[in-house]
Design a protein around this ligand. Structure first.
Ligand SMILES: [Cu+2]
Length: 707
C-alpha cells in the first residue's frame, strides 16, 4: 500500500499541479500521537482557480521527529507558563520540490491503529481564551466555547469514560481564568472534566474490532460546527492484517487514497484589508444573526461576507486524482463536513462515456456483508434508485455519503481514458422529491399507508444526481478523476464478496431471538421555534428537549437488543450514536435487502434533502389526524455492549448539534435498568416545548492577562 504523504505521478511521470495530496501521518513521540491546535495561516490550493489564504485554528502537522518534539516542548511550556512560544522553522514548514508540502494542509493528520492496541494521544489546546468566542459561557442551545475542545473517536467501540472517548470533557485554551475552570467543574459535577492546555488520552481498542475507516474530531458541545469548519478532523484508520480488509491481497496492492471531505467556512470580515487572510468566525459559521454570537462580557461579532461553502478534500479545493486505465484504487472517504450530504458518484465529462465503478468494502468502518451475488463481487454503487426496493434502498443509503459517514471503496477506473467529476449539488432544491405520478389521496405513517403513495419515495428522488446537469444548476466540482493510459504495473484486482463475508464484523442482531417487533427506542428530531415541525430558528431538540449534561435523557441496558425508530419532524438529519454501532434494517416501509452496520444514518424529510419542513409532496395529504406527518422512519437494531457510562446521541448536522439536538445517554448494567416500553413514533409531537431562552449562563470573567 502507498504510504501517506507520497505524491502521485501520472503515467508520464509528471505530477499534476492540483494532484490530491494525502494528509500526513500523525506525529509521534515515544508512541504517543500529538494533536496540537494552534491558530495558523494556511494556503488552500484550488485546482479550479486562485488558492485561498485562510486563518484557522487547526491541528499542527508534523513532517518529522524534530518538529514533533518541538511541539511537545511548546505544549509543556504553555502548560506551565501560560505562554505560547513559536514553532521553529522545522516545526512549521517543510519544503517540497513541487506541490504543497504535506504539513501545510488544512486537515488533521491520519491516525492508524490496530485492534488490541491502545491509542495514546496527547491533545494540546494552544488557542487563546476569548470572551468574544463564548469561552467562559455555558448554554445548551446556542453556539459557545469556540476555543474549548476535546477528542472524539467517531465510530470506535471504545470506553466513553475517563480519558477515553469522553466528549463531556472540556479542554480549555491557554489563558483561561481559574474562575471559568471552577464554574465548569461545578456545572459538570466532576472537576476532572474541566482541563486546560494539554490532556493525555488513552483509548483501548478491543482485540476484536472491525477494521476500516473511522475518523476523529473535536466534540465540545456548542462548538462542533465551528471546529469542523476549522478543519479540526482527520481520518482514523483501523488496520487488521488478519481479520480486516487489509488482509486481502487486492486491497494490499491497491494505491490508497485517504479523502477527508470538509467545509472550511472561511470568509472576509467587514472592513478587512484587501488580500487579508480569510477568517473562520462564529458569525460566518452559525449565520450572521448577531445575537447568536454575542456573549456576556464580549462585543458584537464582525459580520462576515462571502463565506466559502465549497467542500475541500484533505484541505484542497478541486484537486485531481489520477488513475490508470483499469486501475483499482483503495479509497478511504470520510465526510467531515459541517452538514453536507455528498453523493459518491463520478460524473463523466468531456465526452467520456464509461464511468468508474465504486465497490463497497466497508461502510462506517465495518466490512459490508451480504448474500454472495453472481458474479462474486462486492456491492457496486449505482446512480440512485428512484422507486427503490430493498436493494435500491441499500444502494441509495450507501451512495449518499452523509456527515459523519465513511466508506472504504475499491474504485475501478474504466479501460478507456477519460475525465470524471465528483460534484457537490448546489442546494437542497436540486435534490427535490419525486411526487407520486398518480393523483389521489395518500397517507403516510410509520406503519400504514393507503393509495399508491409509497413512503420509500421519501428518499430524495435524486433523478438529477450523478449527472453533469448538477453543474449547470450551480453545483460545484469537489474533485476530478483523470484516467490516463496505463503503463507499468498497478493493481487491477478486486476482492470477492465471499472474502468480505469472512472478515470480522460485530455479531449480527437481525434475525436473532429477542429482537423486538416494534421500536423500543423512539427519536424525533425537530425544533422549538414556531412549531415543532418547523426548521426555522429556535433550539434544536430530540423528542422536544434540547441537550443537557445534567442528567441522562435516555438509559440503555447493557446487552439488551433495542429496535430504534428514528424520524424527522422538520429538515434532514443524520442520527449518530457513540460507542455502539447499529444494524439498519428498514427505511419507510421497505426492508433492507440485507442489514448494514452503521454509526451514522441519514434521516430524510420530504420534500427536500438538506432543508425545509416535512410538508408532503404535491398531491399527498395526511388523511389521518392521529398519524404524524413527519418524514420516513428509519429502523435499526443495536445493543449496548462492554461499556457502562455516559455518552451522547445526536444529529451530525453539527449546527443542529451545537444548538441542542443531542441527548446524554447512559449505559447501565442490565439489572439496573428500568424495563423498556414500546413507544409510539408520534408521541414526541405532544412533548412540552423546550425552553428556547439562553438562560443566565455565567457572567464573563475579567479578560485574560495578555502574554
Ligand atoms: Cu439535524
Amino acid at each position: 500500500m502507498m504510504a501517506a504523504g507520497v505524491l502521485v505521478t501520472d503515467a508520464a511521470g509528471a505530477q499534476s499541479a492540483s494532484e490530491l495530496v494525502m494528509p500526513p501521518a500523525v506525529g509521534q513521540v515515544d508512541g504517543t500521537g500529538l494533536l496540537v491546535l494552534l491558530p495558523q495561516t494556511f494556503t488552500v490550493p484550488n485546482g479550479n482557480g486562485a488558492s485561498l489564504t485562510v486563518q484557522a485554528n487547526a491541528f499542527l502537522n508534523f513532517p518529522d521527529q524534530t518538529s514533533t518534539a518541538t511541539a511537545k516542548r511548546m505544549l509543556e511550556t504553555a502548560r506551565t507558563t501560560g505562554k505560547v512560544g513559536k514553532l521553529d522553522k522545522a516545526g512549521k514548514k517543510a519544503t517540497a520540490a513541487s506541490g504543497p508540502a504535506p504539513n501545510e494542509l488544512l486537515v488533521g493528520p491520519t491516525i492508524r491503529a490496530q485492534p488490541g492496541t491502545t491509542l495514546n494521544i496527547l491533545m494540546g489546546n494552544l488557542l487563546s481564551y476569548n470572551v468574544n468566542q463564548g469561552d467562559g459561557f455555558m448554554s445548551n442551545d446556542v453556539p459557545h466555547g469556540l476555543d474549548v475542545v476535546n477528542l472524539h473517536t467517531h465510530g470506535l467501540h471504545v470506553s466513553p469514560n475517563g480519558n477515553s472517548d469522553n466528549v463531556l470533557l472540556s479542554l480549555y485554551p491557554v489563558g483561561t481564568p481559574e474562575s471559568v475552570i471552577k464554574s465548569c467543574a461545578e456545572d459538570m459535577g466532576k472537576p476532572e472534566l474541566c482541563q486546560q492546555v494539554g490532556y493525555s488520552y488513552s483509548i483501548q481498542i478491543p482485540a476484536a474490532h472491525a477494521a476500516g475507516t473511522y475518523w476523529y474530531h473535536t466534540h465540545k458541545h456548542g462548538s462542533v460546527a465551528f471546529q469542523l469548519s476549522n478543519g479540526e478532523a482527520g481520518a482514523l484508520i483501523i488496520q487488521d492484517p488478519v481479520h480486516g480488509i487489509d488482509s486481502l491481497v487486492p486491497v494490499q496492492q491497491a494505491a490508497e487514497k485517504v479523502m477527508v471531505f470538509q467545509t472550511i467556512q472561511a470568509g472576509t470580515p467587514q472592513g478587512a484589508a484587501t488580500g487579508a487572510p480569510l477568517q473562520i468566525t462564529c458569525a460566518g459559521v452559525y449565520g450572521t444573526n448577531g445575537s447568536t454570537c454575542t456573549y456576556p462580557g464580549g462585543s458584537a461579532p464582525t459580520p462576515i461576507s462571502n463565506v466559502n461553502g465549497q467542500l475541500s478534500v484533505n484541505g484542497q479545493l478541486s484537486p485531481t486524482v489520477t488513475m490508470q486505465t483499469g486501475e483499482v484504487q483503495l479509497w478511504r472517504v470520510v465526510n467531515a463536513t459541517v452538514g453536507n450530504v455528498l453523493p459518491m458518484c463520478l460524473v463523466p465529462t468531456g465526452g467520456a462515456t464509461a464511468t468508474p465503478t465504486a465497490y463497497v468494502l466497508a461502510a462506517d468502518g465495518v466490512p459490508l456483508q451480504r448474500p454472495v451475488p453472481s458474479p462474486d463481487l462486492p456491492l457496486a454503487l449505482k446512480p440512485p434508485a428512484l422507486t427503490p426496493d430493498g436493494n435500491g434502498v441499500v444502494n441509495n443509503e450507501l451512495l449518499l455519503l452523509s456527515p459523519g459517514q465513511r466508506l472504504d471503496l475499491m474504485m475501478q477506473a474504466p479501460t478507456a481514458v477519460g475525465t470524471y467529476q465528483l460534484i457537490q449539488p448546489a442546494s437542497s432544491a436540486s435534490l427535490a422529491m419525486q411526487p407520486p405520478t398518480t393523483p389521489g389521496t395518500y397517507q403516510l405513517s410509520a406503519t400504514t399507508q393507503t393509495g399508491n403513495y409509497n413512503p420509500p419515495v421519501l428518499l430524495p428522488a435524486m433523478s438529477s444526481l450523478c449527472q453533469a446537469s448538477q453543474l449547470s444548476n450551480g453545483g460545484q466540482v469537489v474533485m476530478t478523476v483523470n484516467v490516463v493510459q496505463g503503463s507499468g504495473s498497478y493493481n487491477t484486482a478486486l476482492p470477492t464478496q465471499t472474502q468480505l463475508n469472512a472478515l470480522y464484523t460485530p455479531a449480527t442482531l437481525a434475525g436473532t431471538t429477542g429482537v423486538p417487533s416494534s421500536p423500543t427506542q423512539g427519536v424525533v428530531f425537530g425544533f422549538t421555534s414556531g412549531t415543532y415541525a418547523n426548521s426555522t430558528g429556535g433550539a434544536s431538540v430530540v423528542n422536544g428537549r434540547p441537550f443537557t449534561p445534567e442528567r441522562p435523557q435516555r438509559i440503555l441496558a447493557l446487552g439488551q437488543t433495542n429496535l430504534w425508530g428514528v424520524q424527522s419532524a422538520a429538515d434532514t438529519h443524520m442520527f449518530h450514536i457513540h460507542t455502539n454501532s447499529f444494524q439498519v434494517i428498514k427505511r419507510g416501509t421497505v426492508d433492507y435487502a440485507f442489514p448494514v452496520w452503521r454509526d451514522t444514518v441519514l434521516i430524510n424529510c420530504a420534500p427536500a434533502m438538506g432543508g425545509g419542513n416535512c410538508a408532503f409532496p404535491q398531491g399527498v395529504t395526511n388523511v389521518a389526524g392521529s398519524v404524524n406527518n413527519y418524514g420516513e422512519v428509519v429502523q435499526f437494531l443495536s445493543q449496548a455492549l462492554d461499556y457502562t457510562g455516559q455518552m451522547v446521541m445526536h444529529c451530525h448536522n453539527t449546527n443542529h448539534e451545537d444548538t441542542g439536538m443531542m441527548e446524554l445517554v447512559e449505559m447501565v448494567p442490565a439489572d439496573q435498568a428500568t424495563p423498556s416500553r414500546h413507544v409510539h413514533m408520534h408521541e414526541a409531537a405532544g412533548a412540552a416545548p423546550a425552553n428556547t431562552s439562553r438562560g443566565p449562563g455565567h457572567p464573563a470573567p475579567s479578560p485574560a492577562v495578555p502574554h
